[in-house]
Design a protein. Structure first.
Length: 165
């Protein structure tokens, strides 16, 4: 017996809709999707993306135009903790991002080779999602995702030390 179909949207169509094609071929256009229609990304081929709609219909689209939905990490099952000042974690995230940027600039400019770039970034992990005043920030030293309302951090979920939620 096969498992029942479970549609889990990962993206939506952009606000002005989205042209579809029957295959990853611009000469075979199909229907246009409604604006903000929930979609599930199935696969990609270059800039092409194969999507699935909630009714089971699939098509190919320009994957660069898909709008990703934020995927929340699973909760810890614990109540939200007391708030902490978000600034120290934000400073640590800024340092990690700056380190990555320096290594990327050095590699792009030819000052370091790819192996040195990979070695320098091997233990860099950074997680931040900003949505207006709300932020979800990853602190791997503490093994936690935090939610920030702009004034306080609250534990949102725990992660393993390899960075998976």
């Amino acid at each position: 017996m096969t498992a029942p179909f479970e549609f889990r949207p990962t993206h939506v169509a952009p606000g002005d809709g989205l042209q579809t094609w029957t295959g990853p071929d611009p000469s075979r256009p199909s229907v246009r999707l409604d604006p903000l229609l929930p979609l599930q990304l199935l696969s990609t081929s270059g800039n092409w993306a194969r999507i699935l709609c909630s009714n089971g219909w699939s098509a190919w689209v320009d994957g660069r135009l898909l709008v990703a939905l934020p995927q929340h990490p699973p909760g810890t099952g614990e109540a939200l903790g007391t708030g902490e000042d978000p600034r120290p974690l934000l400073a640590a995230l800024e340092r990690s991002l700056a380190s990555y940027r320096r290594l990327l600039d050095d590699w792009a400019a030819g000052r370091i080779d790819l192996e040195t770039f990979r070695d320098g970034t091997r233990n860099l992990r950074l997680g931040a999602v900003l949505d207006g005043a709300s932020a979800w920030l990853l602190d791997l030293d503490q093994g936690r995702w935090y939610y920030c309302d702009g004034t306080r951090l609250q534990t949102y979920a725990t992660v393993d030390r390899d960075g998976a939620a």
